[in-house]
Every structure is written in structure tokens, then in C-alpha cells.
Ligand binder design. Structure first.
Ligand SMILES: [Zn+2]
Length: 497
């Protein structure tokens, strides 16, 4: 059966959606964060996650439960929800992670799915093969065959109302990821995790994460819910949501707390290095770093885990607010400034601007030009791609100044960096109501010049005149020779940036 996944608001490839989880009798709002519950260690109890942090869904490991006698008996006897004291939706993992770690596990997809069903899981996982990044093509291909067989085995199991994950593997071979996603999309399974990206995230390879997710998204229908398996650092949530990921699971909140690591949306700090808490959560506002350091080990770990959860859930709310407001890419841009590897991730996202553009809403709040990267946003790509649809008159002035008086030109359009030519009739529509800084960078002017070149290309019979306000030579050099250039007013020193 198909998980009814309903998309509401969207921004870039990000969306606020509702995942119906029939066995739990719940709909889960996405993007959602699934705290990972280690069935043996409960740093923060599931009941508190639900009541105090608003967790609607969590994930735990059916393979560990199955392999631990007392847990297995309790889970089979009471069911997962009662055992964990959690009434929301529960996703279970299958042991694939252990397979990747230890090379072998003692359970088949059929056995683990039947076990997950028996303990009352709401979303189960088959035994796929998580191929690590940079594996050889041969390894990735042969692992994919095993994963595809696992998906076929999963389809053959009677799982009733329980949803089933269809993991997408393929290592860092992007064509294999895309093909694996297309295959998973063709099964009758329900949720689509992008797997084996944890090593990429551990090495801060966010650009590779973006490329892998983009490849998977190309193979999946737009209405498929996507889970970025193992992504639990709040620093990268906005980037991953903007690439179209809907579900995230965090083991990081607890694992990091164990090592005195303090999560922020700008990266990770060691508690020993923090003099001031850069956070407004109840943990951080009711004590100082010294107070927290003075707590006994177990208590300190729990408090740190709670802070880590507050930051993670807070970032998810901020992302949903940004989607609703239509400024998700502005939030991604802000996060990209937190760490150079995040900037690589954002730049990689912009490499996929055309893929993003197809989903990006035509109208949003307001386009804020905040950095040279803004010149590569999907809205700019869309405008440039559509310039050839505009009918240009015989003589056309493109100006950054006011429309001239007199009849020297048939029409005068705005010249608006980074978009380029904008007919006045479109001036008040998104994204041409963009807010720009007075001190524009070279990238904005160059993008505008490329727009002028596209328009001139599409209208070879039009006489185009560009009246620019101090454009750098690098932008002027991109204008075709057929265009007449008139500076609006000489600048004191031909500032080139
Ligand atoms: Zn805090």
C-alpha cells in the first residue's frame, strides 16, 4: 500500500507535508525529527519526548530488540508502544546498520519484517545493504542487487497496515542512486530513506550529501516522503529540507551528549570550551556552563541531551516557519555562513537550481539578495530560462534608472540585477520585488548581463540599449556586441567590485 503523503506549503524542494501512518492512527507533520531511542539506554524517556518536546514520531532498532532476550519478550508481549511509553508513530530499523558495521547479521528481510510487525512497529525496514561512500562501482552495483532483492522480499510479506521503508542506496555513484530511487519508486513500498550518508556527514562532506539527495530525488516521484537516514545535526537540517528531505532521525542528541558535546545550528562545541550558552532553551537559561559542568556525569549527559533536542526541534520549527514565509533559501544561506563546508553544501544545492526550480513556487514572500550565491538561485535561473518567451519591441531600453521621456525607444524595461531585463508590467510580481543591498557584488551584475544576452539572443531584430549604473567590466564583457551600452552616470573611481 502507499503512504498517503500530502504536501501543503513548499519552498525550493522543501515542503510542509502530512504523512499518514495508519497503524499508529496518526498523521505526522513533516519535516519531522525522529529521536533515536536506544532500547537499552533511555537518555530522555519517549514519554517526555512526546510531552515536552512535541515528538510525533521516533525510531528504534528492531534488530537490537530481537537480539536481546528480555527486550524481545517484552516487545512481543506488550508491543512497542507500551514498552517505550510512546503513543506517536514508531519507525523501526532492521539491522542494516549492524550489517554495514560488522559485515554479517543473522536475519532475513522476511524474518525481520515479520518481527517488526509482531512488535507493533508502524514503519518497518527491510535488510538493505548500506554501501559506504566512495565504494567501487562494482561493489555499489552488486550491493544494489541485494537491496533490490530485499525490497522484493519486503513486498511479498503481508505487513497489513504497517508502512515499509524502501531504502535508496548506490554509494556516491549518482547515476546508481538515481536508478535505485527509480526502482524503489516502482515498488509498492511507502517511505524512501536515502541511506549510508552518515560517513559523508561525519566528514563534513555536505556537498556530496546534496548531490546524493539530488540524484535520489530525480528518481523518486515528487509526492514520495524522503527520509535522510542518520541525519541528526541541526546545522544541516535547512539544507537537507531545501533538497526535499522530509524525515530526519537524530541519534546525535544522545551520542554527542555522552561526550560533552553541545549542538548548535552553527556546529558542535565541547562543553569545556563554552563560556556563555548561545541558546534560549530551558536548560541553558536556568544555569551557566559552570553549573552544567559541575553536574554528575549521568545528569550532565541528560541535560546536554535535552539541550541538543531543544536546538534540533527548534531548528525544525524555524524551517517550517521559513517554508511558510517563503524564505527557506534565505535560511539555508544563513546556515551556509556558519561553516565553510555548509557553504560548499549550499553551492552544491545551487548547482541543482534547475532541478529545484521545477518544484519551487512561482510566488513567495520576498526575494532577499544576501550574497553572491543569491545570483544563482532557482528564481534567477527560471527568469533566464523564460526570457525567450518575452516579446521585445524593435528598440528597447533596459535601464537601472527611470524610464526616459521622449520616444527614442519603443519600450523601456527595468534592468534589475541579478535577473536582468524585467518588463515593467512584471515589476511588482515575485521575484522582481527583490530586496537588494546598495553595494551589489560582481555576481549580481554578471547574472543580469547573462539575462540581457539571453534576451538579445532570442530577439535578434531588437536594438537593445543597456543603461547601467556603474557595472564592473566583468559584467559588461558578458553583453553581446550588438547591445549599445550607456553608463547612467560616471562614478568617481571605476570601482570594480
Ligand atoms: Zn540550550
Amino acid at each position: 500500500m502507499r503512504a498517503p503523503f500530502e504536501m501543503r506549503d513548499g519552498d525550493a524542494l522543501g515542503r510542509i507535508g502530512e504523512l499518514t501512518v495508519p497503524r499508529a492512527g496518526r498523521t505526522v507533520e513533516t519535516p519531522a525529527l525522529l529521536p533515536v531511542i536506544n532500547p537499552n539506554i533511555r537518555t530522555v524517556s519517549p514519554a517526555r519526548l512526546e510531552a515536552e518536546f512535541g515528538a510525533e514520531i521516533l525510531i528504534t532498532n528492531a534488530y537490537i530488540i530481537r537480539g536481546t532476550d528480555d527486550l524481545r519478550e517484552r516487545a512481543l508481549d506488550e508491543g512497542l508502544h507500551e514498552m517505550l511509553e510512546f503513543s506517536g508513530a514508531i519507525v523501526t530499523d532492521s539491522g542494516s546498520f549492524q550489517l554495514a558495521e560488522y559485515g554479517d547479521i543473522d536475519v532475513t528481510t522476511r524474518e525481520i519484517l515479520e518481527f517488526q510487525h509482531a512488535i507493533g512497529s508502524d514503519v518497518a525496514t527491510p535488510v538493505d545493504v548500506p554501501t559506504p561512500p566512495d565504494a567501487t562501482r562494482e561493489t555499489a552495483e552488486s550491493d544494489l542487487e541485494t537491496t533490490e532483492q530485499a525490497l522484493a522480499d519486503a513486498e511479498a510479506v503481508d505487513t497489513g497496515e504497517m508502512l515499509v521503508n524502501a531504502p535508496v542506496q548506490g554509494s556516491t555513484h549518482l547515476d546508481l542512486r538515481e536508478a535505485a530511487a527509480r526502482h524503489a519508486d516502482g515498488t509498492d513500498l511507502d517511505v524512501f530513506p536515502v541511506g549510508a550518508v552518515v560517513p559523508l556527514m561525519n566528514e563534513y562532506r555536505y556537498a556530496d550529501v546534496v548531490d546524493v539527495v539530488a540524484a535520489a530525488k530525480r528518481g523518486l516521484g515528487a509526492d514520495r516522503p524522503v527520509h535522510l537516514f542518520g541525519a541528526g545535526h541541526p546545522m544541516m537540517f535547512a539544507l537537507a529540507v531545501a533538497m526535499g528531505c522530509d524525515l530526519f532521525d537524530s541519534a546525535a542528541y544522545a551520542i554527542y551528549a555522552r561526550d560533552d558535546r553541545y549542538l548548535t545550528v552553527r556546529g558542535t562545541r565541547h562543553l569545556g570550551d563554552v563560556d556563555y550558552f548561545p541558546c534560549e532553551c530551558p536548560i541553558c537559561t536556568s544555569r551557566s556552563p559552570d553549573d552544567l559542568r559541575a553536574e554528575p556525569d549521568g545528569e550532565r549527559e541528560r541535560l546536554l541531551a535535552e539541550h541538543n533536542l531543544h536546538v534540533s526541534f527548534g531548528e525544525m520549527r524555524r524551517i517550517k516557519d521559513a517554508i511558510r514565509e517563503g524564505n527557506l533559501l534565505e535560511l539555508v544561506e544563513t546556515r551556509a555562513r556558519g561553516h565553510p563546508t555548509m557553504l560548499d553544501g549550499y553551492r552544491a544545492l545551487l548547482d541543482h537550481a534547475r532541478q529545484i526550480e521545477r518544484a519551487d513556487p512561482a510566488s513567495k514572500g520576498s526575494f532577499f539578495y544576501c550574497s553572491a550565491e543569491s545570483a544563482r538561485r532557482p528564481e534567477v535561473v527560471r527568469h533566464h530560462d523564460r526570457l525567450d518567451r518575452l516579446d521585445a519591441p524593435e528598440t528597447l531600453l533596459l535601464t537601472e534608472g527611470n524610464a526616459p521621456t521622449g520616444d527614442r525607444f519603443d519600450a523601456a524595461w527595468r534592468l534589475l540585477p541579478p535577473f536582468g531585463p524585467v518588463p515593467r508590467a512584471l515589476s511588482e510580481t515575485y521575484p522582481f520585488t527583490a530586496e537588494l543591498p546598495d553595494r551589489l557584488d560582481r555576481a549580481a551584475h554578471e547574472a543580469a548581463a547573462r539575462g540581457v544576452a539571453s534576451l538579445a539572443d532570442a530577439n535578434p531584430d531588437t536594438d537593445v540599449t543597456v543603461a547601467h549604473d556603474g557595472w564592473p567590466d566583468s559584467a559588461l564583457a558578458l553583453l553581446p556586441a550588438s547591445v549599445t551600452v550607456e553608463p547612467l552616470g560616471a562614478r568617481p573611481d571605476g570601482d570594480d567590485e
